[in-house]
Design a protein around this ligand. Sequence first.
Ligand SMILES: *[C@@H]1O[C@H](CO)[C@@H](O)[C@H](O)[C@H]1NC(C)=O
Ligand SMILES: *[C@@H]1O[C@H](CO)[C@@H](O)[C@H](O)[C@H]1NC(C)=O
Ligand SMILES: *[C@@H]1O[C@H](CO)[C@@H](O)[C@H](O)[C@H]1NC(C)=O
Length: 326
Amino acid sequence: MPAAWAALLTLCHLMSGDLVGGFNLDVTHTLIKDGDKGSFFGFSVALHKQLRPEPINWLLVGAPQSSALPNQFSNKTGGLYGCPLTAEAKECERIDIDDGVDRNRESKENQWLGVTVKSQGPGGKIVTCAHLYESRQRVKQPSETRDVIGRCYVLSEDLTENDDLDGGEWKFCEGRPQGHEMFGFCQQGMSAGFTSDNHYIMFGAPGTYNWKGELRVELFNQTVLELGTYDDGPYEVAGENSLKPELIPLPSHSYLGFSMDSGWGVTGRNKLSFVSGAPRANHTGAVVILRRDGGSQLVPELTLWGETLASSFGYSVVMADLNNDR
Ligand SMILES: *[C@@H]1O[C@H](CO)[C@@H](O)[C@H](O)[C@H]1NC(C)=O
Ligand SMILES: *[C@@H]1O[C@H](CO)[C@@H](O)[C@H](O)[C@H]1NC(C)=O
Ligand SMILES: *[C@@H]1O[C@H](CO)[C@@H](O)[C@H](O)[C@H]1NC(C)=O
């Protein structure tokens, strides 16, 4: 499928007037992995290092238009693939998650599993999402409801579901007030990830609150969660308890949560910040930087606006410390 392509990149960082360095990417010893035609194989990618039970280096690949598994009773559901880092192009295997469906309460048709994938790092967890996963109520009755809430899966380092954190129960909009003004169209998982200290898991849900968009950050530490008593989130911009969309500093149809990352030392020394893109905000796009408060809120600290009409400023974001001044 993919024509062999390669990018030659020369990076030069000019910092405080000094030329720091540059390098070329190796274009002669590339690894190419193929997926099924039309499956959008490669829509998302992540490198992942498994340490146990044996060390394996993985390339994880999302294919959000993959055919459904037989027990999903759908046409296309999307899927996540694991490829060993070998020269063999056809060696990727579909990771065994999300099989089965309860047609009385959900639909996986066109759910886009694999729209995002992130690894926590060596020996850590993996998160992958299906932002168009649909929960249904009163199926085949006149009052049937369909809510495109989205959902995410967490996997252990060996790509299996092993402990309490693992599995597909990461769907925070389920059971909340419905309708597109509230949580009926959350699209959770358009972005997702872990903070670099691995203390939190984070989700973007750009369809929440009439597409203002919402972010959710949750404690992600088995040891602390087992203690049962902790006072650390979950955090949302509109408040996990207050659910006040007016706390989100953007108009409707902004798509906050389309992209998301976190980093340290951005707005203060040793302070954890979250950053998220809202590519439709005010028709130019915007990026919002937020912090945790002492309760259940992510508090906006700074909004950076795009400058050009329809430029989708904030379509993707990443935080990086270029001069190690954290
Ligand atoms: C699968 O596709 C067929 C043909 O387009 C359609 O009739 C059917 O409803 C689809 N299945 C689901 C679960 O949507
Ligand atoms: C999880 O919490 C325990 C107990 O507070 C702490 O020792 C450990 O470092 C934490 N792990 C991470 C990844 O934050
Ligand atoms: C939003 O767009 C309008 C019209 O283009 C412009 O006048 C206004 O300054 C923008 N607001 C912000 C915060 O950029």
